[in-house]
Design a protein around this ligand. Structure first.
Ligand code: GSH
Length: 242
């Protein structure tokens, strides 16, 4: 049986999951624990640098969300998310989504480190144990800061990157278009999940505690781009099926 290892609230994992679900590819989900789960994943993949999502199937290991989505398309059913004629456009949108996610991760991790309630929420244990284990969350946030070199990301540059993506989306969706490139493609899924770093989608789709939600939200950008966020909500409402 295929296995998908990921972080349930992480946009990269959401991209992989959404593509697999869209193509009705069955898999077993394994929740990953940042920092603490790394040695086990390194041993399993026999390499030092590991990130999630990771899909393990009969063809081997697929360790990048874009590759997992392509794999889902190759083995699954349903309407294509990567029509040949849109390949370049989809790669461009995926890069935009990656840029938003990288910028958003830096901004959000810094906010979480300064927010005791968000730190407590990020420990995946029953609520009564979260506060005493906040130290683990602090260590986890420091670990991610080091691993992804987050201190080198300047706040104004990160906000600008996200703003440019929102502007590009607004332009592509002008005239009330439902999707970025005509039909629904991977571009829509990738951009929609990256907007978790602007204002997370409703809890019914992706569960996040109230303090975490605050840290993931960029108020000024969310206020400036309600149209793009409304589009994102529509894409989830129509196509997120699990
Ligand atoms: N290019 C990779 C990036 C994945 C990535 O950055 N994953 C992060 C966010 S989920 C991660 O593994 N974080 C946990 C960790 O590094 O321990 C992809 O698209 O799959």
């Amino acid at each position: 049986m295929r296995r998908l290892i990921g972080l349930s609230y992480s946009p990269w994992s959401l991209k992989a999951r959404w593509a697999l679900d869209h193509h009705r590819v069955p898999y077993r989900w394994r929740e990953y624990l940042p920092m603490l789960g790394e040695p086990l994943l390194q041993a399993r993949l026999r390499r030092r640098r590991v990130t999630v999502p990771v899909l393990i199937d009969e063809a081997g290991v697929h360790d990048d969300s874009f590759d997992i989505a392509r794999r889902a398309e190759a083995v699954g059913q349903g309407a294509p998310l990567f029509p040949d004629e849109l390949a370049d456009a989809i790669s461009r949108w995926n890069q935009i989504s990656e840029d938003v996610c990288a910028a958003g991760r830096a901004l959000t991790t810094a906010r979480v480190m300064d927010d005791p309630a968000a730190l407590a929420e990020s420990v995946p244990v029953p609520r009564s144990l979260q506060r005493p284990l906040r130290g683990v969350a602090t260590a986890g946030a420091r670990f991610l800061t080091r691993k992804y070199d987050l201190r080198t990301v300047r706040e104004d540059a990160a906000l600008e990157t996200i703003g440019l993506a929102l502007e590009a989306a607004r332009e592509a969706l002008a005239d009330g278009r439902a999707y970025l490139e005509g039909p629904l493609t991977y571009a829509d899924l990738a951009l929609a999940v990256s907007l978790q770093f602007v204002r997370p989608v409703a809890d019914t789709y992706v569960r996040l505690g109230p303090a975490s939600r605050r840290c993931w939200t960029r108020d000024a950008l969310a206020a400036a781009y309600p149209d793009v966020l409304a589009w994102r909500d529509q894409v989830f409402a129509r196509h997120w099926d699990r």
